[in-house]
Design a protein. Structure first.
Length: 172
């Protein structure tokens, strides 16, 4: 084999340098990386509340409308029934919510805040205000608006993509 033949083989497509995930899938990698970092900062900011990331979202929904059904919470947060049930059970074990059967529909379980659950509101809202501040630091109002719009469009794209099992990953 000549040196020229070796050089030609080296340029064969199978010999191309490996691309990193960020190079091959820049948008998906950016979304993954951003979500991971955002979640890590949220966890750090929530540490003093005793909540796991995602549980505060359920509490936020209950602060807006206490006594929601688990089904309603799941629909609002985009979570499946088993994820909601597990999260509500953990919040109940922590003394932050109670569960009761609906008087109107005995198949439905309603979730109510306890005093301890209501008492976390200021701490959680402060943590989320700090998270928002860190997230948008240095961005103009126009950039924030554009990012939120693009993120919403990507979310719609993902929602429109049918995944086996619904694609639900859980949160809490």
């Amino acid at each position: 084999m000549t040196d020229t033949a070796s050089a030609e083989e080296a340029t064969d497509a199978t010999q191309q340098p490996l691309q990193t995930a960020a190079e091959r899938f820049p948008v998906s990698f950016a979304v993954f990386s951003l979500a991971r970092r955002h979640r890590a900062l949220a966890a750090e900011l929530l540490r003093g509340t005793g909540l796991y990331v995602g549980q505060e979202l359920m509490l936020m929904q209950l602060w807006e409308h206490d006594g929601q059904s688990q089904t309603s919470l799941g629909r609002t947060l985009g979570l499946d029934h088993s994820t909601v049930a597990k999260s509500v059970r953990r919040l109940e074990e922590a003394g932050l919510v109670t569960r009761v059967r609906s008087e109107r529909d005995r198949r439905s379980t309603l979730v109510h805040l306890t005093e301890a659950g209501r008492g976390l509101r200021a701490s959680v809202m402060d943590a989320w205000a700090r998270l928002e501040e860190a997230t948008v630091q240095g961005l103009t109002a126009r950039e924030r608006e554009r990012f939120a719009g693009l993120a919403h469009r990507i979310e719609e794209n993902l929602d429109a993509t049918a995944l086996p099992g619904g694609g639900e990953t859980g949160c809490c």
